[in-house]
Design a protein around this ligand. Structure first.
Ligand SMILES: Nc1ncnc2c1ncn2[C@@H]1O[C@H](COP(=O)(O)OP(=O)(O)OP(=O)(O)O)[C@@H](O)[C@H]1O
Ligand SMILES: [Mg+2]
Length: 266
């Protein structure tokens, strides 16, 4: 069943078409990869889907059949689509648990700070939410850090927390923007395992952008390839990595032929 669709999605910055007439369809329970060289429009795509950037005229985004084009971000979260950011955006002055609580409250649309300090939710509700968040922290392996400041976490743990905080919004569709950026290979594998078990447990549909091609090649049945904001290929990992347009787009990244092939095959 189709849950997300874009028609003619476009976004220009001055003369640059960061996203160019993109038609994209996502089915429920899919794990979709979106790849493309630097600056090909992956993050812009997520920013348009989640209402952070306004689309160009003529663009349409449908979530479960509802036109959500240019709806405010919190209304899109409320309808079940959330994201993580390529550059980590955690609340560094807060504990790990409170970072998770913020995620949850974004979902239930209470004022963020008032709810954390208990003015709007009852103590019983707050306790229940706290327990749910603790359970999620167990799931992502951060329970031992619940009462530490987010600043005390390693990069790998911060990536996990940003994943946990997005999951706290209880999304039906989760957009992961380079979730493994900056991680060592061991941490990448650990993160992938956690992402896939979260998806199973909460029946979340995923869209993953990555530079580390291994991540999408291993986890996604279908991959969409962007180059200069245009969809140049879509298919299975094998189809995509043998596609000449894709190979040429990555060649443009100033890697030599061997490097390109190694990247695509890693
Ligand atoms: N806020 C902005 N203002 C101006 N130009 C922007 C803005 N955001 C993105 N762009 C431009 O849009 C194009 C696509 O950028 P985007 O960040 O979406 O690419 P990306 O595929 O996510 O790249 P990366 O792999 O480096 O994360 C680039 O040319 C970028 O410079
Ligand atoms: Mg990006």
């Amino acid at each position: 069943m189709k849950i997300l669709e874009t028609n003619n999605l476009s976004k220009s910055f001055g003369g640059i078409k960061a996203i160019n007439n993109l038609d994209f369809t996502l089915n429920q329970n899919e794990v979709r990869g979106v790849i493309g060289p630097n600056g090909s429009g992956k993050s812009t795509f997520f920013n348009l889907l989640t209402g952070i950037y306004k689309t160009d005229e003529g663009s349409r985004i449908f979530l479960n059949g509802e036109n959500i084009t240019n709806l405010e971000t919190h209304l899109i979260v409320e309808r079940g689509m959330a994201r993580t950011f390529q550059l980590l955006r955690l609340f560094s002055e807060m504990t790990v648990l409170d970072n998770m609580m913020v995620g949850y409250h974004l979902h239930v649309k209470y004022g963020i700070l008032s709810s954390i300090f208990g003015t709007r939710t009852t103590r019983a509700e707050e306790k229940r939410i706290r327990e749910e968040m603790m359970e999620l922290l167990v799931f992502i392996g951060l329970i031992d850090y619940a009462f530490m400041d987010a600043t005390e976490l390693s990069i790998g743990q911060r990536r996990l927390l940003s994943l946990g905080r997005a999951m706290a919004m209880q999304p039906k569709i989760l957009l992961l923007d380079e979730p493994a950026a900056g991680l060592s290979p061991v941490n990448v594998d650990n993160l992938l395992k956690i992402i896939m078990s979260l998806r199973k447990r909460y029946s979340t549909t995923l869209v993953i952008t990555e530079h580390i091609l291994k991540v999408v090649m291993e986890t996604c049945k279908t991959i969409t390839v962007l180059d200069y904001g245009t969809k140049i290929a879509e298919g299975t990992p094998t189809e995509v990595k043998n596609d000449n347009k894709v190979i040429n787009a990555y060649l443009g990244e100033e890697l030599d032929d061997d490097q390109v092939l190694r990247e695509l095959n890693s």
